[in-house]
Design a protein around this ligand. Sequence first.
Ligand code: G6P
Length: 611
Amino acid sequence: MCGIVGYIGKKEAYPVIVKGLQRLEYRGYDSAGVALLNGDLNIYKKKGKVVDLHEFAKDKDLSSTVGIGHTRWATHGEPNDVNAHPHTSQSGKLAMIHNGIIENYAALKTDLLKKGYSFQSDTDSEVFINFIEDIYINTDVDLAEAVRLALTKVVGAYAIAIISLDDPTLMIAARKGSPLVVGIGKDEFFLASDATPIIEYTNEVVYLDDQEIAIIKDNSLTIKNIEDVELKPYIQTVDMELEAIEKGGYDHFMLKEIFEQPKSIGDCLRGRLKSNEGKLVLGGINDYVNKIMNADRILIVACGTSWHAGLVAEYIFEEFCRIPVEVEYASEFRYRNPVVSEKDVVIAISQSGETADTLAAISLAKSRGATILGVCNVVGSSIARATHAGSYTHAGPEIGVASTKAFTAQISVLTMMALMIAQKKGTLSERDYHNLLVELESIPDKVAKALDLNAQIEYISEIYKDATNFLYLGRGYNFPVALEGALKLKEISYIHAEGYPAAEMKHGPIALIDENMPVVFIATHDSSYEKIVSNIQEVKARKGQVIAIVSEGDTEIPKMADHVIEVPHTHDALMPLIAVIPQQLLSYHIAVMRGCNVDQPRNLAKSVTVE
Ligand code: G6P
């Protein structure tokens, strides 16, 4: 995710752009840049936040009434000055900002290299603008048409804005998959990833739809689709408070991030998984596949929610790859004297990529010769840099302190890793491999269906919001889900909650059960279904209140549970991706009803950079 802003009109463009970029920093903040037209094309870009860009640019020539700006959340290429946007074409005449990922950029780049193009950055975006320029200079079309033709050939997601030294009255924008809003003022136009940079100047906006192109030329706006059909702009009035728009209309970042999961999981799978081709590619670990296949064991180190994703991965790797796995709290691992050898592969999981304990665990394992892989969300983060290789989760910036979409993206990446290894190792039949790919590809839709349960879960939350304790129970793949459910509730509602393997309940937690104890069972239709039904009966016999998360169509558990939440069915190994959704919503609603600060819970931090 990145934030983009454009301005063309009579005002000074730079202050409008910089202020807008600051509003969009929630979308990414590893580097920022602007391009300004004023007889010349002046480009200023800098690694770091928008404030660092401003510090760098403030004494430069900023006079201009036409410009574009970008705040980056790196996907291709590490965050640095060169990879920062805007990117220019080889002629130096075109400048572009881009939010998204061009999946076929490698093929486009190969063709352009053959034609003599050279590239300064590692980004897909620089390839994109040169691809447009190549069409522009080699065909007899204007720039807008060259952009349209290019868009018919690129695969992936984009929100772009382009300006040209040849024509300071022109700005071209387009979107597919990434958001883009056009603001219409008096003799001026704005572009932005959301309306926040625009609303203080005008409340008239056009939200571009996928595969639409906006051409602003000589103070008028034309919208067409990529089939070259001109469309009547649908002008809407924005009537929202600034803060609300920053959260995309949601009350809290956490709720927004919970609801983003169909998209964030989709982004994580995109370009990596194609079930109809039996294709699974994780480019970042390609060179390490043999090493993982032949590892004596896999050690997973992580903290918090990432540790829970690690537990799910343990079950998946052991089941499909037949490699022994151990999951360690990074904070414990680093302070004991673990046995680690060069035949071990360590997977470090971290949303932020900055957690101090996980970093320290990596350096300990590295010093003993192990191979270290990273599963991080933040591109270019310390953990991503400290590992030998890895795969990003591509979940987009997670702002709510309680992790939600990062968890499901981590499991998605780790599942892809395990399936890739299992197929190469031959420990999974081709049929099972293929079925799992199909199922994994269907997860974003199934998560969307699970999110439809929001109103029912809000109703259940009202009943239990004053509870002082909660128990979460699950078996097999759903045991880590129980741990994660309990953690979410503790973190944001301050209700004491424990997650337990359901079968282990009889060795302790059963003593706590009475009519005041809500027990969340994750009891989907898997291989331990019959066993967990018995556990539910044990709780009911002691008058506990049972909230059961079950597979759609279950007829058994509704006869005994107090509340039944039906989620779409999937393969046992993928169920955590779906079963966790109602738990996230339950903890969110309970916390809101208790008046807690959901996005910034007391005593917690998003990224724990101290030991
Ligand atoms: C903090 C956050 C948690 C997160 C944990 C690990 O405790 O509040 O949400 O799970 O750190 O963070 P990481 O960035 O390494 O995944």
